[in-house]
Ligand binder design. Structure first.
Ligand SMILES: [Zn+2]
Length: 286
């Protein structure tokens, strides 16, 4: 056992040496993989460099009154929905200026198609990505009770959208009921549920959905966690293993302080998202 530990330390030290040679004295490049290390069970992992700004990028970012959007967190694939007819079948847009992350629009489109097959088809997107100036105007018009200051709204990320029904109020509409029951299957969460406003700081909003991706949305539904609660839970647990739709995922929290090396199990697919607070969530699966 002692010998194995020694070997691991040696490999890590060699890795650090290689790193400094490749980057001079500067920080390691984000995503740089250095060496493979073995854990106590003999499983191999790649050490991957994660830079400090990764804390503020990804699908799981917490954005609320305490944690604003960082410029690097704004999704880089924002599109104007009216210009992408291939992504807007099955629903209407309140106006032609609505923008959203292309990745999220694609998932929304799949979700709406599934709803349509069950006869629920009067969806309307009333708001998507908002630039900071637009959020500022909204804040000035509606006031602090009804709008968030610029940078503190999830709409400033590109991952959230307000969905209505063209027939009636969302709280009574079949579209609202369908989404509350099914959105989780498509990577979306009802971000501000009725009984959680003490945690989210926002009143019930049956229209506001946020993309977090799978498997996270399904875990949050099953545990009835808000994003705040889910991120706290991951931080407490440090690592969880869950089976979702037949796939076993390992989800781990790592604190990030400056540039940090994170072990990713060798040969696994992985996704890294910041929590927008103090670390990253690494999700791996075969
Ligand atoms: Zn909203």
């Amino acid at each position: 056992m002692k010998k194995r530990f020694f070997c691991m330390v040696l490999v890590v030290l060699l890795g650090w040496e290689a790193l400094h040679q490749m980057n001079g004295a500067g920080a390691p490049a984000d995503g740089l993989q250095i060496v493979q290390v073995m854990n106590g069970e003999g499983k191999r992992s790649d050490l991957t460099a994660v830079s400090a700004n990764r804390v503020h990028q990804g699908n799981l970012l917490l954005v609320n009154n305490d944690y604003p959007v960082h410029p690097e967190g704004i999704t880089t694939d924002i599109i104007s929905l009216a210009e992408h007819g291939e992504l807007t079948g099955g629903y209407t847009l309140l106006d032609t200026g609505i923008q959203l992350s292309k990745k999220v629009a694609l998932q929304f489109s799949k979700m709406v198609e599934a709803a349509g097959e069950e006869g629920v088809s009067q969806f309307l997107i009333s708001s998507g990505y908002r630039e900071l100036e637009e959020q500022q105007q909204l804040y000035e018009q509606k006031g602090a009770d009804y709008a968030l200051p610029p940078g503190y709204s999830e709409h400033n990320l590109g991952l959230s959208l307000d969905i209505g029904s063209s027939q009636m109020e969302m709280s009574r509409a079949p579209e609202g009921r369908w989404l509350a029951a099914n959105a989780w299957e498509y990577g979306f969460i009802l971000r501000y549920p009725k009984d959680k406003s003490d945690i989210t700081g926002i009143q019930y909003e049956p229209w506001h959905f946020r993309y977090v991706g799978l498997p996270h949305s399904i875990i949050m539904r099953d545990k009835q966690y808000t994003l705040e609660e889910y991120l706290d839970y991951l931080k407490q647990q440090q690592s969880i293993s869950v089976k979702v739709k037949g796939i076993i995922y390992q989800i781990s929290y790592f604190p990030v302080n400056g540039s940090t090396f994170i072990p990713i199990p060798a040969g696994q697919q992985y996704d890294i998202s910041g929590n927008n607070m103090d670390g990253v969530i690494v999700t791996t699966h075969p």
